[in-house]
Design a protein around this ligand. Structure first.
Ligand code: B1M
Length: 211
């Protein structure tokens, strides 16, 4: 990574919202794609922050500031990542599972799904299995998307799968899971329908499950 992408990475890490914003404007003007800004600068910056938090080099307030800068940058990139003239092709109910407040990855998944022309009902964070299922029924959603970032909250995904099964909704509603600690192996173990490792593949998979 060089130049402006490097600077964006550094500013996200330091939680410098204004500088992230100015640098994104400059990068877009220079012809750097929104996708490159996200994937080559901003996402790696959050990974670095996570590593430094784990090793004790950074503390929660730093992580929060970085997350805030990341969110502001994502909002700025949103119009470039989401096509506006596509008709909704189906509905996904999306949220971060109960007990979990991480929402940056979930918001990215939402953006990518909207970019594929899917309608996304965003339930936010700390969403119970009951809420996922009732919202899916209310909105006629064919897919429930659960995001989890903590190993301690991953079992909430199993509750969603079990509730769908006990309500005999397995044919009608597919459960899709993802988040940093989630794996295909875990997906198989809890009998969820779809696992994807990143936001772009989540959007592809939801699109294929619906259309
Ligand atoms: Co937290 N946190 N955090 N944190 N945090 C992690 C997850 C952690 C790995 C950091 C570390 O120790 N290295 C660690 C979890 C350890 C574990 O469980 N094994 C951790 C911890 C411990 C905690 C607290 C417990 C800390 C504490 O209080 N002592 C606490 C928990 C609060 C709670 O949720 N109840 C906590 C709090 C926070 C903040 C509030 C400070 C902040 C969140 C702000 C916010 O989200 N609004 C925060 C952050 C920012 C992080 C890290 C640094 C970054 C997460 C992130 O946004 N990544 C994170 C370290 C890391 O992940 N490297 C960490 C960028 C984002 C784009 O990636 O969400 O993985 P991600 O999404 C990816 C894919 O996973 C995928 O798509 C995205 C990329 O395309 N994906 C899906 C996500 N959801 C998907 C759903 C799908 C498909 C794909 O289908 C439906």
């Amino acid at each position: 990574m060089t130049g402006i992408l490097d600077d964006i990475n550094g500013s996200v890490q330091k939680g410098r919202e204004k500088s992230v914003s100015d640098l994104i404007v400059a990068a877009l003007e220079d012809g750097v794609s929104a996708r490159s800004i996200l994937e080559e600068a901003m996402l790696p910056a959050m990974d670095t922050v996570g590593g430094k938090f784990k090793s004790g080099e950074l503390f929660i307030p730093h992580v929060l500031m970085a997350a805030k800068a990341m969110k502001a940058g994502m909002a700025q990139l949103r119009p470039y990542l989401v096509a506006s003239d596509v008709k909704p092709k189906g509905t996904v109910v999306l949220g971060t599972v109960k007990g979990d407040l991480h929402d940056i990855g979930k918001n990215l998944v939402k953006m990518m799904m909207e970019g594929k022309g899917l309608d996304v009902v965003d339930l936010g964070v700390d969403v119970s299995a009951e809420k996922f299922v009732s919202a899916a029924l209310e909105n006629g959603a064919a897919v429930i998307g659960c995001s989890a970032l903590l190993t301690t909250t991953m079992p909430e995904m199993k509750k969603v799968v079990e509730l769908i099964k006990s309500e005999n909704l397995s044919e009608k509603i597919k459960v899709m899971i993802g988040g940093a600690p989630v794996t295909q192996q875990y997906c198989d173990a809890i009998n969820a329908d779809i696992y994807t490792p990143d936001a772009a593949s989540a959007a592809e998979a939801a699109f294929s499950a619906i259309v």
